[in-house]
Design a protein around this ligand. Structure first.
Ligand SMILES: [Zn+2]
Ligand SMILES: [Zn+2]
Length: 209
């Protein structure tokens, strides 16, 4: 695209027109002659680059009239660019609306999901409490079982001692007592055995549930 540049005087900032007296300094900068003359009363240096001005050279421009067709072409191209940008802007706005709509839908989904999530959290907390209390009960039952096993050991020991004494006093009946010893040694007292089995069953049942 053709660009049209106009030039101005760096002292007064007015346009440099072909019906005005335009001068160039030794350093190459261009001003109205009147502006340089006025400036020279306070400084002998260029208003642009501060070099000593020296001799001034008058400039004569050869100016051509504007070509209206070229200008119209430039204008048409500019309008086409504007139209194209407008389409892009509309598309971008449509995308933004679509994304905003999706965000709205997501927010609705979150609003629906939140109560369910919260209720799950409550259920989870309750389940944790139940598990904790069951763990407590299990520990209590394990303690009880250990006590029973301890008592069982004591009873069995006493039983063995008594039996041993009886054996000492009845040397002639060794054969019969050997049968008894075989029966009792290494076996639990039957009453405590049944109690222990009952607690072991309960303990297993609690552990499974
Ligand atoms: Zn000027
Ligand atoms: Zn200069």
């Amino acid at each position: 695209m053709t660009t049209f540049a106009r030039f101005n005087c760096a002292i007064c900032l007015g346009w440099l027109e072909d019906d005005q007296t335009i001068v160039a300094t030794h350093c190459g900068h261009v001003f109205h002659e009147a502006c340089v003359d006025a400036g020279l009363r306070t400084s002998s240096r260029c208003a642009c680059c501060r070099e000593v001005i020296g001799d001034l050279h008058r400039l004569h421009f050869s100016s051509a009239p504007f070509n209206r067709t070229d200008l119209q072409d430039d204008l048409d191209r500019a309008y086409k660019t504007i139209d194209k940008l407008q389409v892009e802007k509309d598309e971008a706005e449509a995308q933004i609306r679509s994304v905003v709509g999706q965000i709205g839908e997501l927010n609705k989904a979150i609003d629906q999901f939140l109560p369910i999530y919260n209720s799950f959290q409550e259920q989870l907390a309750q389940t944790r409490q139940t598990v904790d209390s069951m763990k407590g009960r299990l520990l209590d039952q394990e303690k009880l079982l250990k006590k029973i096993q301890h008592l069982e050991t004591i009873v069995r020991d006493r039983h063995d001692i008594r039996e041993s004494k009886e054996n000492d006093g009845n040397q002639r009946e060794i054969g019969n007592h050997q049968d008894d010893r075989a029966r009792h040694s290494g076996h639990e007292h039957k009453d405590f055995k049944s109690v222990r089995e009952m607690w072991e069953k309960r303990l297993n049942h609690t552990g499974e549930s």
